[in-house]
Design a protein around this ligand. Structure first.
Ligand code: ARG
Length: 413
């Protein structure tokens, strides 16, 4: 009996020729698995192409709900953004794909899983490491890491073997899309000095062509999870879809990032992530209202660590579980509403409220009803400033550094 191998199949050129290439090299039957994480694609035709290219079976798994519930929403609660810019759409999908590949491999009695990643990116690391964590007995095959074919040679290979060539080959860009956003690489984007051309965007309108009238959206959160838009309860997938439309229409969510890949390469990545941009901003705005100063600060540290874990392919680790438990605990009072304004490429939080708000008007107000005891400030400042005065007396006053007692670039001298 020939060996069976489960291939993560996108329908693109690389994975289409991978079907034939792996089948020949390993004398194997190829089972294709296409994971639907909300990339607007005609999945029936993807399936058909897999079979035409020689797959024994072509499976499609609708993983949108799993993706939202176990990957996107926990990342949102963590405020996970890589290097301050990237909401991690691609990175979040890979451990889920690994899990589903492994499940199918075990069901089908396969000995290996395969994917179309090259040897230069992060995705190979995320998939290989995750499969290794879930099913160490499975081999991982990555033909694009081995075959050394140029794009032209790949097209040539496809023609030679009667493999249907996807229409997207005319497109010079490499893209990856799901509910949480879309990544665009290659072509003219490889020169970081080039402005991204308008043609690369599919989820966002140009801010210049966006409506002249702002749209306001009210997002309802319950324990850190978005549950409603403008008062309408929606399930996660529908809510993200609708926000992608709304914010995309206003040109919100374009990101141009010089990114540090795990394999040491700096790369120019362009993203469009309308819903992610809005939800991350709204979520942080609500946290600012209900978490203490110390909770917010500590959570920022956790957010960075959490983003690195996702980016670096370490989803299936105990450190991730530990941080996820912490994040979950921080969300118990993150309930309330945030109003955002979408206008010409910008998403601005303009209002927030919560039954658990720590904002206290009678403390903050300068009008009547003020309960803050201003006379107590004098004693507080006396003690707060005590070490400052002691140090200034002993070390700073009378020093020759300059008029402000500061040395540095502006101090002259
Ligand atoms: N740089 C992003 C990341 O590593 C996006 C990668 C897009 N992947 C792709 N196969 N085109 O998460």
């Amino acid at each position: 009996m020939p060996e069976r191998i489960v291939l993560a199949y996108s329908g693109g050129l690389d994975t289409s020729i991978a079907i034939k290439w792996i089948a020949e090299k390993y004398n194997a039957e190829i089972i294709c698995l296409t994971v639907d994480v909300g990339n607007e694609k005609d999945l029936a035709s993807v399936q058909k192409r897999a079979l035409q290219a020689g797959a024994k079976k072509a499976l499609v798994s609708d993983a949108k709900e799993l993706f939202v519930k176990y990957f996107i929403f926990p990342a949102l609660q963590a405020d996970a953004i890589y290097e301050g810019q990237y909401p991690l759409a691609t990175a979040l999908s890979r451990p889920l794909m690994a899990k589903l590949l492994v499940d199918v491999a075990l069901q089908e009695g396969a000995t290996a899983v395969a994917h179309g990643c090259t040897g230069k990116g992060n995705d190979q690391v995320r998939l290989d490491v995750s499969v290794g964590a879930l099913a160490p007995q499975l081999k991982v095959i990555a033909p694009a890491r081995e075959w050394g074919m140029t794009r032209e040679e790949e097209i040539e290979y496809a023609k030679r073997h009667n493999i249907p060539i996807p229409v997207t080959v005319a497109n010079p860009y490499s893209t990856d899309e799901n509910l949480w956003g879309r990544a665009i690489e290659c072509g003219v984007l490889e020169d970081p000095w080039n402005e991204p051309p308008e043609e690369i965007y599919t989820l966002t309108k140009s801010p210049a062509k966006a409506p002249d009238e702002a749209t306001y959206v009210e997002i309802g959160f319950a324990r850190g999870l978005p549950v409603s838009l403008n008062g309408r309860q929606l399930d996660g997938t529908a809510l993200i879809r609708e926000l992608n439309e709304l914010a995309g229409e206003h040109g919100v969510g374009r990101i141009d990032h010089i990114e540090n890949r795990l394999v040491g390469i700096k790369s120019r990545e362009v993203y469009e992530a309308p819903a992610a941009t809005v939800l991350l901003a709204a979520h942080r705005a609500l946290e600012a209202l209900v978490l203490s100063k110390d909770q917010v600060r500590f959570k920022e540290t956790v957010a960075q660590e959490y983003a690195d874990i996702i980016y670096n392919g370490l989803w299936f680790t105990s450190l991730h579980q530990d941080l996820a438990a912490y994040v979950h605990s921080t969300q118990r009072h993150v309930t309330g509403d945030v109003r955002v304004k979408l206008f010409k490429g910008n998403c601005t939080v303009v209002g927030r409220k919560s039954p658990k708000s720590l904002y206290n008007l009678s403390l903050a107000t300068y009008d009547k009803g003020d309960v803050f005891d201003q006379s107590a400030a004098v004693g507080f400042i006396g003690i707060w400033g005590l070490p400052v005065r002691v140090q200034a007396q002993a070390q700073l006053l009378g020093q020759p550094e300059g008029p402000l007692g500061i040395t540095g670039p502006g101090a002259g001298g």
